[in-house]
Design a protein around this ligand. Sequence first.
Ligand SMILES: Nc1nc2c(c(=O)[nH]1)N[C@H]1C(S)=C(S)[C@@H](COP(=O)(O)O)O[C@H]1N2
Ligand SMILES: [Mo]
Length: 213
Amino acid sequence: MPDWKKLIEGKIALAKRGAKPSKANENARIPAGQKQVNNFPILDLGIKPEIALNSWSLRVYGLVEHDIKLDWAQFQAMPQITDISDFHCVTRWSQLDMDWQGVRVRDILALAKPLNSAYFATMHSYDGYTTNLPMEALLDDDVLLAHSVFGKALPREHGGPVRMIVPKRYAWKGAKWIKAIELHEHDKRGFWEVRGYHNEADPWLEQRFSDDE
Ligand SMILES: Nc1nc2c(c(=O)[nH]1)N[C@H]1C(S)=C(S)[C@@H](COP(=O)(O)O)O[C@H]1N2
Ligand SMILES: [Mo]
């Protein structure tokens, strides 16, 4: 005869453990195939461009009504937000609760007034890196041009003065050392997207490689 009391108590204990907002919930924030880290690794192409704030600018061009170029003071004068998000790198590490400060990409794009035919964007960086996103993804609430992380100026190795953060995509979609956003009608793959990385890059769908497109 089974020891019912023990069995039921055991089940209840298990159920309670599952319901607690503890480790189980935390794990659900790590997409499949990822491992949680806390040391914020650095990934680049071997170049970490140094851009003085007085020579920094951000241009928005292509299919826009106004070709704009913001300098540092103009960028700082834009509405500032804090955006806490999780960072997932396709090389299988994720860091949770990254605390970024900066300007919504949507607000910058609004200054340039994208044409109706602007369906896609290429982000251009000072190190020659590029990455692409559909306009729809760029206009999301949580897509940020970050100049600070955890309340401090973004260090050069992490893309300072300014980088893009796209929380719903793998981290390679977030251009470090960004210098321009170019809008087009048709999609154009970026640096990694022509070298075997997936065009969409949704970490929850494990869109890592272009073979899976
Ligand atoms: N300009 C530029 N942006 C870039 C990269 C790069 O090499 N150059 N690497 C990408 C990749 S692959 C990742 S995972 C993240 C890493 O950001 P981190 O170095 O701040 O962790 O930046 C992305 N943005
Ligand atoms: Mo990456």
